[in-house]
Design a protein around this ligand. Sequence first.
Ligand code: PMP
Length: 426
Amino acid sequence: AGLDPADQALVERRGRVLGPAYRLFYEEPLHPVRGEGVWLYDDKGRAWLDAYNNVASVGHCHPKVVEAVTRQMGLLNTHTRYLHDGVVTYAERLLATLPAALGHMMFTCTGSEANDLALRIARSFTGRQGVIVTSLAYHGLTEAVAEISPSLGGFVPRGRRVRLIAAPDALRVPAAEQGARLAAGLAEAIAGMRADGIEPAAFIVDTIFSSDGLCPDPAGFLKPAADLIRAEGGLFIADEVQPGFARTGDAFWGFQRHAIVPDMVTMGKPMGNGFPVAGVAIRPDLVAEFGAKARYFNTFGGNPVAAAAGMAVLDVIEAEGLQQNAREIGGFLRQGLQEIARGRDDIADVRGAGLFLAVECVESRATDAPDARLAARIVNHMRQNGVLISATGPGANILKIRPPLVLRRPEAERFLEAVQAALAAG
Ligand code: PMP
């Protein structure tokens, strides 16, 4: 097909003004102009099934969210230094979804800021500096959280106070050993840090290990590591930016699958269905001293429009039964993918929780060596065929499937057909 000349011109203008740090998806970039539910449309009316976007988690342009945001935007938008019912009610509703130990909610605009704030609080409460993360974690873009985001690559200096541990590997580590391995890696990192005179303040993890290649199972395997960091005087921070808000189907939050109560929970992405809403849920004792001294103010965070967007998202998840849908349709997709993979020598594993799925492409089952080229070929074939996914993991060989939670059976069937067609295209 090739990129049409108008889009080619836009790519060039884009490069001129946005500069070199931005990336586009796909060999042939996509140019949607409208979204609805699980669908994106270009200006010629061509539709793509979005099986990748967990920001528009309750569906692109959900009318309830659009209405709530528009109404509030037309009424009042200020900040958290005036009294407003919205931010208070929203905080109450969020906290009601979380363990009782997490009694405060602080609002930001991005997941990066939420993690940045969580780190500041952890370091200020513990009086320590050390942070441990998994080897290909992503926690955000500020200078402090880029330092704990090794998936950004070698360009970002990690610093002495950050240690990496091997992420759980769903394919290469036996399920029964996942928990012990993670805890052993953490113990080793803490010991190494202490040898350098640095004490651990926090262990922070994306509870479904999205950028590490997705490792949802066995549920509960995170607990030994969470227990260990606390036994060593540090805090356990659950980064729920990816698995939160009902995505895993089994639970509203990813950490709940692991039967742990984090000291802090950071959240973002799907929270406002595209409106920038993010935040940190915290144990009140952790923030008592910080709160008295730090004078936290985030100009846009928790404003009336953000609260309206956030509450509308919670309403839709509940009214449309989206956690249950994630469980059911996610299960249907997983089974369908497993059937497709059966007997194939180039697919080593299909895994996931709810509507967060991964398919691991390998050169052969004999070696299980990552096959990034196959993954890229599938991703690009599916894009040409009207279905959007991506690839992730240390070998860039793991298909990442993460559709809006409103994906229903007919679209799930369409999705499976597209996977089959991509594989058949060999
Ligand atoms: N944590 C995780 C696990 C993420 O996936 C992301 C975004 N990809 C972030 C934090 C940062 O969120 P944001 O882009 O909203 O700053």
